[in-house]
Design a binder for this molecule. Structure first.
Ligand code: KG4
Ligand code: ZN
Length: 337
């Protein structure tokens, strides 16, 4: 079974070909074309600009992925139908629809949040997860805690009430003039801070950490950074030491809240495994601290951020589960698990 997958939910145009054999999965190709440079000018993603880029990139990325895979016969096509930016989702869906007709292959819609979770099983078998499990998806668009009682079974326990954690990284980076995407830029400065001394101490809030629920809020953290930064002289604002300290504190505030709420869910539901996913879980410090705290599965870093291998594997597991695609596929910006 060879699955070609297309992912265009945000600012990455991604196509992959995955081969599913009896027990083994083989990645035949994996192409991700990022639009970072385009969106860096604006400090964030503009949906219609992103859609135009997908339109331009999709045929090229598709050709490249097929060539890398050795132009195989495709048995099924997987497409992200949501959640995500609606114009971007439609661009991918229309492309996938045309392709499905041309290749006479069935088309499987996939959920992008589920794909971030299932990215864990690209490099390891699904038996590595022990149930009940708690999933934590942390990306540019989502921060969700999910209860999984069995494989492919999800119940959302809590989510962000405003900005996602990745969005917070991106907005803070914009305030500090660090470019887009913000997460890697902040992680780099924070990393340098961890190995240096402690010349500046910056303290930021841990939003909603005391509330007895599984919800998050990160927009206040961004505002706290803005006030903290504005308080400083232009000289301090440019100081590398200050920026390193501030970045380390923002990163730690986000990690503290994520660990605290995950701990609550794990204890309340007696979870045996924590399953991470989403772009923010590529963060080295977050990975280290989660490993220390939980029995945790996390995707390889390159599969944390958006890619189409995770889209392919999502369709593959549902196909194995006997799920059949039905009806017309539509873009669903707010699709939930
Ligand atoms: O999952 P993803 O690629 O796209 C969405 O579905 O949103 O996540 C992108 C987000 C961005 O906000 C980016 O800043 C963040 O993931 N990110 C990181 C790191 N790498 C990417 N955040 C913190 N540390 C990183 N190393
Ligand atoms: Zn994503």
């Amino acid at each position: 079974m060879k699955i070609l997958a297309i992912e265009t939910s945000c600012d990455d145009t991604a196509v992959a070909v995955l081969e599913g054999k009896a027990k083994k999965l083989k990645i035949l190709s994996n192409i991700v074309s990022s639009q970072f440079k385009l969106h860096a000018q604006y400090g964030g993603v503009y949906p219609f600009l992103a859609k135009r880029e997908h339109q331009k990139n999709l045929p090229l990325v598709f050709q490249k992925a097929m060539k890398q895979a050795g132009n195989p016969k495709i048995d099924a096509i997987a497409i992200t139908s949501g959640p995500g930016l609606e114009p971007c989702l439609w661009q991918g869906i229309n492309f996938a629809n045309d392709l499905a007709q041309k290749l006479k292959a069935p088309l499987f819609p996939t959920n992008h949040v589920e794909a971030h979770i299932l990215a864990n099983f690209i490099d390891r078998g699904p038996t590595s997860i022990k149930f009940p499990a708690v999933g934590l998806v942390v990306s540019g668009g989502h921060t969700q805690l999910i209860l999984m009682k069995k494989f492919l079974d999800y119940k959302i326990l809590g989510e962000t009430r405003d900005d996602a954690a990745g969005e917070c990284f991106d907005k803070v980076a914009r305030i500090l003039g660090l470019g887009y995407p913000g997460g890697p830029a902040i992680a780099k400065l924070a990393g340098e801070r961890f190995s240096a001394g402690e010349p500046f101490s910056v303290k930021l809030p841990r939003p909603m950490i005391k509330q007895q629920n599984y919800d998050f809020s990160f927009s206040g953290l961004k505002t706290a950074v803005l006030y903290e930064f504005r308080k400083q002289t232009p000289q301090t604002q440019k100081s590398k030491q200050y920026l390193e300290a501030l970045c380390a504190e923002v990163q730690q505030a986000i990690i503290d809240v994520l660990i605290f709420k995950t701990r609550k869910a794990v204890d309340d539901y007696g979870a045996k495994t924590v399953v991470l996913g989403g772009g923010v879980t590529a963060n080295d410090e977050l990975r280290k601290q989660f490993k220390k705290e939980f029995n945790v599965l996390m995707p390889a870093k390159k599969f944390c951020t958006d890619n189409a291998v995770m889209t392919a594997i999502t369709a593959y597991f549902h196909w194995k589960n006997g799920d059949k695609p039905e009806g017309k596929i539509e873009a669903k910006a707010d699709l939930t698990l």
